[in-house]
Design a binder for this molecule. Structure first.
Ligand code: NAG
Ligand code: NAG
Ligand code: NAG
Ligand code: NAG
Ligand code: NAG
Ligand code: NAG
Ligand code: NAG
Ligand code: NAG
Ligand code: NAG
Ligand code: NAG
Length: 752
C-alpha cells in the first residue's frame, strides 16, 4: 500500500523537479519574442475546482507548463483589501447568500444599474466565513463543500508562489466612485510581490500607472471587450480602439483580445479565415494574448470538439502565433504547446495504442459512409472498422446498425412501410437491413449520429446528412488502397437470428467476400473479426486464421481465470468498455479494476471503447480534454488499442514527443485514478455504486452456430447476458497504480 504522507512530502519537491523537464524550443514560434506562447490560468484551474480557490491555483501549477501564469481578477473590499475574485459581485462564485444576512445593493457600474452583493460593502474581516464555490453551473459543484476561503492577492503570491502573476483590473472607475483607489492598491502590492502582468479594459487606468511600474518587471496589457462595447474612459468602442494600435502602444506593451477577434466564427459555429489582428499588433510591437479558452463549451465544428486542435489553430497555424492564451483548463494549452505544436505530418509515433475507428470518423461524418472512412484514413487511423449488415438480397455492407432508422432517413422514405417488430433484435419496431435490397439501401440518405444530443451537442451540422454506404467488398478495396492502415475490423452481430429467421448467412458472406478480395492468405492488412457472440468467432476459427476479437458489451468489475481460459478458446483479443477499467459514479472515477492485466497476462490484447471528443462523455477526472483521457488509458492502464469516433485525436496522441521524454512532463502524465473523489467532502460525495459484475463462463459460452438451412427452431430468448454480481465489496483502488508527479501532487491538494 502506498503511504499518503510520503506522497505529500514528495509533492513538496514537485516544483523543483518540474522545472527540469521544461522543453526548450524557440525558433519555430511566430510569437513576437520567438519564445513559446504563455499559458495563463484564469483563477487557476477554474474548469474543475471553484475558480480563484487555493485548490484551483495549485492544480494549475501541478498540471501546467512550469512557467504558467496565474490570473487574478482584483476586487477591493470596503476597507481597501485586494481580493482575487472573478467579479465585483460576490453572488455567483461564493456562498455569501448562505452565510451573511441579505445585503443586496443596486449600484451603477459603468452607467448600468446592477444589483447584487458588492465587494465594496464588506470589510475583509467581514468575509472571513465566505467561501468560493463553482460559479459556472455546467461545471461540477462537488468541491463546494470544501469551503475554500477567498484569497487576498498577497496570499496568492506568497502562499501559492506562482511562477508568474497576472492581475486584471476589470473596474477602476467603479471603485473610485466608491472612494477606493485601485491605482494606489496596485502600486502598493507590486512593491511587495512580483507582478508580471497588469491588464485592464480601462485606458485611463493603464495610463495612470504606466510611469509608475517598471516595464522590465511588469507588463501592461490592454484588454479588449466586445467590439461594440464602449471603453468607459474614452467613450470609444473597443472596435474603434482596435483600429489605432499605435495609440494602444502609448500605454501598453500588449493586448488581450477575445479569441473571435483572431478567428471569427459564423452564426452556425464554423471558423472563417483569420483576421490580421495578430500580425498587425506584432508589427506595432504589441504582444497578443487570446482570451475565452475553455474546454467545456461547443467549440467551432472545425475542431471536432478537440480543444487541443483549437489551441494549435492559434499557436501553430503557419502565419502567426499568439503570445499567450487565457484558459480555464491550463493543462490543455500546456500539452498543445509543448507536445503537439510543430509536429511534422510524417512524425513517427509509438506503436501503442492501436487506433481503431468506430464507424469510420463518425464524429465528423455520417457513420460508415465513404466520407467517414476517407476522413478516418486521412486522420491516421490504424484499423478501419466495418460493422457488417446484410441486405435482403444477401449483399454484405457496412452500417452502424442493423436498424436503418438509426443511421438513415428511411423512416421518412417510401420504405417506411417496411417497419417490423423483431423482439430478438429490439423491443419496438425498426426498419431492418434484411428487409431492403442493396440497391434501395444504397439510395437512402445517411444521417450523422448525435450521441450527445441531450446535452445539445451536435456533430458537424453542415454534413449532418450525406455520404454513401459501401458494400463490404468496396470497403475492402478502399482499405487496400491506403498505405497507412495496418488492418480492418469486421463486426458481426445477430448472425444466429439472420441465419435462423431470415435464411441469410452473414458469416458465409463475410468469408466469401474476404476471400474474393484476396484476404484469405496472409496479406499486408491484418483482418480482425469481432463479435459479442462466441459462437460466431468459433465458426471463423474453424475455417479461417483471422484475428478473432471478442467484445464484452457489459461493464465488468472482474473476470474469473477460468473464464479467461474459455475466451482463449475462441478469441485472440478482447474489447471492453472504459468503465470495466475505471468504474465511475456521477462522472467521477471511483477505482481501477485489474481486468486489463488479467487479460494481458493470458496474452489477450485489450482494446477499449469508446473514446469520443465531446466533453460530456468524459469523467471529470479528465478535465474535459480527450487527450488526457486517452493518456490515462494508454500510459496508465496500458491498453493495447482505443476505439474512437474521432481517430484524429488518438492518432495525434501517439505521435507526441512528450511521451518519449525521459521525464514525462506533468501535463502528459496519467491522472491518478480516483484521486478527485478523495478531495470531495462527504455530503457531496457521489453515491457508492454497486460494483460491476464478474464475467463468468456462462456469460461467454453460447450454443453452437445454427446453419442457414436448418429448420428454424422457436425464436431464441432475450439476448441479454445474465452476469452474477461480484461477491466482495467495491473494486480495489490500486493506490500504487503509478507514481507520477501528478499522483503525488494531487495527493498534496489535501494540504490546502
Ligand atoms: C449570476 O447568475 C445569474 C443567474 O444565472 C446571472 O443572470 C448573472 O448574470 C450572474 N452574475 C454574475 C456576476 O456572474
Ligand atoms: C464567522 O463564523 C463564526 C462561527 O460561526 C462566528 O462566530 C463569526 O461571528 C462569523 N464572522 C463573521 C464576520 O460573519
Ligand atoms: C466619497 O467621498 C466623497 C467626498 O468625501 C463623499 O461625498 C461621497 O459620499 C463618498 N462616496 C462614497 C460612495 O462613499
Ligand atoms: C463619456 O460619456 C459620458 C456620458 O455620455 C460623459 O459623462 C463623459 O464625460 C464622457 N467622457 C469622455 C472622456 O468623453
Ligand atoms: C492614433 O493614435 C496616435 C497616438 O495617440 C495618434 O497620434 C494618431 O492620430 C491616431 N490615429 C488615428 C487615425 O486616429
Ligand atoms: C471550417 O469548416 C468549414 C466547413 O467544413 C469550412 O468551410 C471552413 O473553411 C473551415 N474554416 C477554416 C478556417 O478552416
Ligand atoms: C519528414 O519529412 C521531412 C521533409 O519532407 C524530412 O526531412 C524528414 O526526414 C521526414 N521525417 C521522417 C521521420 O520521415
Ligand atoms: C411499400 O411501398 C412501396 C412503394 O412505396 C411498394 O412498392 C411496396 O410494395 C410496399 N411494401 C409493402 C410491404 O407494403
Ligand atoms: C492463398 O494460398 C494458397 C495456398 O498457399 C494458394 O493456392 C492461393 O492461390 C492463395 N490465394 C491468393 C488469393 O493468393
Ligand atoms: C449467440 O449465438 C447463438 C447461436 O450460435 C445463439 O443461440 C445465441 O442466442 C446468441 N447469443 C446472443 C447473446 O445473441
Amino acid at each position: 500500500m502506498c503511504n499518503l504522507r510520503a506522497l505529500v512530502v514528495a509533492a513538496l519537491l514537485l516544483h523543483s523537479v518540474v522545472a527540469l523537464v521544461s522543453a526548450q524550443r524557440s525558433s519555430q514560434w511566430k510569437t513576437l519574442s520567438g519564445d513559446a506562447p504563455k499559458v495563463v490560468a484564469r483563477g487557476g484551474f477554474s474548469g474543475l475546482f471553484p475558480g480563484f480557490s487555493s485548490a484551483a491555483f495549485n492544480l494549475a501549477l501541478i498540471t501546467s507548463v512550469p512557467d504558467v501564469i496565474l490570473w487574478c481578477d482584483v476586487q477591493l473590499t470596503k476597507d481597501g483589501a485586494g481580493i482575487c475574485f472573478p467579479d465585483l459581485l460576490l453572488n455567483n462564485n461564493s456562498n455569501i447568500n448562505e452565510v451573511l444576512p441579505q445585503k443586496e445593493k443596486t449600484y451603477l457600474v459603468n452607467g448600468v444599474s446592477t444589483k447584487g452583493w458588492f465587494t465594496v460593502d464588506y470589510t475583509w474581516d467581514g468575509l472571513v466565513n465566505v467561501s468560493v464555490i463553482q460559479g459556472i453551473y455546467s461545471r461540477t459543484n462537488k468541491f463546494d463543500g470544501n469551503l475554500y476561503p477567498i484569497l487576498l492577492v498577497e496570499d496568492v503570491a506568497t502562499q501559492v508562489k506562482p511562477p508568474g502573476l497576472w492581475l486584471n483590473i476589470q473596474h477602476d472607475i467603479f471603485f473610485s466612485q466608491h472612494n477606493l483607489s485601485m491605482r494606489n492598491y496596485v502600486l502598493s502590492v507590486s512593491r511587495q510581490v512580483v507582478v508580471n502582468y497588469i491588464s485592464s479594459p480601462e485606458v485611463a487606468f493603464l495610463n495612470s500607472i504606466k510611469s509608475r511600474v517598471s516595464p522590465s518587471v511588469t507588463k501592461l496589457v490592454f484588454r479588449f471587450l466586445g467590439q461594440d462595447e464602449t471603453e468607459p474612459s474614452t467613450n470609444q468602442t473597443y472596435g474603434s480602439l482596435l483600429k489605432n494600435l499605435t495609440f494602444i502602444k502609448t500605454f501598453a506593451s500588449g493586448i488581450l483580445i477575445p479569441k473571435t477577434y483572431i478567428w471569427p466564427v459564423t452564426n452556425d459555429n464554423y471558423l472563417v479565415p483569420h483576421t490580421s489582428v495578430v500580425l498587425d499588433a506584432h508589427k506595432e510591437g504589441l504582444t497578443v494574448f487570446g482570451s475565452d479558452f475553455v474546454n467545456d463549451v461547443p467549440l467551432p465544428y472545425n475542431y471536432s470538439y478537440d480543444p487541443v486542435s483549437e489551441y494549435l489553430q492559434f499557436v501553430d497555424n503557419g502565419d502567426f502565433s499568439v503570445d499567450g492564451v487565457l484558459s480555464d483548463f491550463p493543462i490543455t494549452p500546456s500539452e498543445a504547446i509543448e507536445c503537439f505544436a510543430h509536429l511534422a505530418s510524417n512524425a513517427s509515433g509509438q506503436a501503442k495504442p492501436l487506433v481503431i475507428s468506430k464507424y469510420g470518423a463518425s464524429g465528423d461524418f455520417p457513420s460508415c459512409t465513404d466520407l467517414a472512412y476517407t476522413k478516418a484514413i486521412a486522420d491516421g487511423v490504424d484499423v478501419l472498422d466495418c460493422p457488417v449488415q446484410i441486405s435482403k438480397d444477401g449483399i454484405p455492407f457496412c452500417a452502424s446498425s442493423i436498424n436503418l432508422i438509426d443511421s438513415t432517413t428511411v423512416a421518412q422514405s417510401s420504405f417506411s412501410n417496411l417497419t417490423t417488430v423483431v423482439p430478438e433484435i429490439k423491443a419496438g419496431s425498426g426498419i431492418y437491413t434484411f428487409s431492403l435490397a442493396w440497391k434501395d439501401i444504397e439510395g437512402l440518405t445517411t444521417t450523422i449520429s448525435n450521441p450527445s444530443s441531450k446535452y445539445t451537442l451536435f456533430r458537424n451540422p453542415r454534413f449532418k446528412t450525406g455520404g454513401k454506404y459501401l458494400t463490404l467488398s468496396d470497403f475492402l478495396a478502399l482499405a487496400k488502397k491506403s498505405s497507412s492502415l495496418s488492418g480492418v475490423l469486421i463486426g458481426i452481430e445477430y448472425a444466429a437470428y439472420l441465419a435462423e429467421e431470415q435464411r441469410l448467412s452473414v458469416t458465409e458472406a463475410v468469408m466469401n467476400t474476404l476471400s474474393k478480395a484476396g484476404f484469405d492468405n496472409k496479406t499486408a492488412l491484418n483482418v480482425k473479426i469481432q463479435s459479442t457472440n462466441s459462437s460466431v468467432l468459433m465458426k471463423f476459427k474453424e475455417k479461417t486464421s483471422y484475428e478473432l476479437v471478442y467484445k464484452i458489451e457489459e461493464n465488468i468489475g472482474d473476470t474469473l481465470s477460468s473464464t479467461i481460459e474459455d475466451i482463449k478458446k475462441f478469441a485472440d483479443s478482447v474489447v471492453i468498455n472504459k468503465a470495466s477499467i475505471f468504474p465511475e459514479s456521477e462522472a467521477f472515477i471511483t477505482g481501477v479494476t485489474d481486468v486489463v492485466s488479467k487479460l494481458q497476462a493470458a496474452k489477450l490484447p485489450v482494446y477499449v471503447e469508446l473514446f469520443s471528443n465531446e466533453f460530456v462523455t468524459q469523467a471529470w477526472d479528465f478535465f474535459s480534454d480527450p487527450t488526457v483521457e486517452i493518456n490515462l488509458f494508454v500510459s496508465g492502464a496500458n491498453v493495447d488499442g482505443v476505439i474512437t469516433d474521432f481517430p484524429k485525436t488518438a492518432a495525434r496522441y501517439k505521435k507526441n514527443p512528450c511521451l518519449r521524454q525521459k521525464e514525462i512532463p506533468s501535463y502528459m502524465s496519467p491522472i491518478p485514478p480516483a484521486s478527485l473523489v478523495q478531495v470531495i467532502t462527504p455530503s457531496y460525495l457521489p453515491p457508492a455504486e454497486a460494483p460491476n459484475p464478474v464475467l463468468t463462463e456462462s456469460d461467454v459460452i453460447e450454443p453452437p452456430f445454427p446453419s442457414v438451412t436448418a429448420v428454424a427452431p422457436a425464436p431464441t430468448g432475450g439476448s441479454t447476458v445474465g452476469v452474477s454480481p461480484r461477491p466482495s465489496g467495491q473494486p480495489k483502488i490500486a493506490a500504487c497504480f503509478f507514481l507520477s508527479y501528478l499522483a503525488m501532487a494531487i495527493a498534496a491538494l489535501f494540504l490546502f
